[in-house]
Design a protein around this ligand. Sequence first.
Ligand SMILES: O=C1O[C@H](COP(=O)(O)O)[C@@H](O)[C@H](O)[C@H]1O
Length: 247
Amino acid sequence: MSRSSAVIVHEDADVLADAVAARLINRLADAQAQRGSASVVLTGGRIAAKVYANVLASGIRGVVDWSRVDFWWGDERFLPSGDPERNETQAREAFLDHLPVDPERVHPMAASDVVDTPEEAASLYSAELETAAGGTGVPAFDLVLLGIGEDGHVASLFPGNAALDAAGSAVGVHHSPKPPPERVSLTLEALNTAAAAWIIASGPGKAEAVDEALSKRELPAGLVEAQGHTRWLIDKDAAERLKHLEF
Ligand SMILES: O=C1O[C@H](COP(=O)(O)O)[C@@H](O)[C@H](O)[C@H]1O
């Protein structure tokens, strides 16, 4: 698999969410055509919620056999089951609860009413990933979806936080500058095993992080590099500092 990277700019958040939803549906359908099933790592955040809603509303969503998709999460806020701030709750409400998914193939990270610490949740998730991979490491992810924070974080890997350097596949996160402070995240190493990674960003609040991540490759978002293609799918507001690009 050869690596490539590209930035694709869309008019606004609505067009971006619609375009990413269509790409996601096609990516999953293509994976299923090739190997019978598909595997995606979901993200949290505002633009992701819009993407999921557009997947549900899409007239082409039927090209995917949703019962043969594995859904994983790139990160989770360490909160009780069903908390509206959990990325799992957001994705379930936006689309998973309304699609004919196989519950056995939906893999949320453990909530704070189920285990005591983010480390325990991370350890359980690593074990679940290993089982799915057939022994060690992580299963083949067709796609990792990632939002980006104003500070350049992806998943729950924040600049300067110890979790960014963690080995293995999942890590407990403490002292997140964005609430809640305790989280669970896939490691950079695990995210970068994916065949494809799409970083989605919308709004002027993301412009500085997008620019810095792409130009210096030091922020967590700039360190994402999938085995195949890495795409930055962003709107014009998020791209406003990328003056060297023409669109
Ligand atoms: O806390 C998180 O934030 C980011 C970005 O969220 P947004 O609302 O600013 O788009 C998200 O990607 C991450 O999964 C989430 O846990």
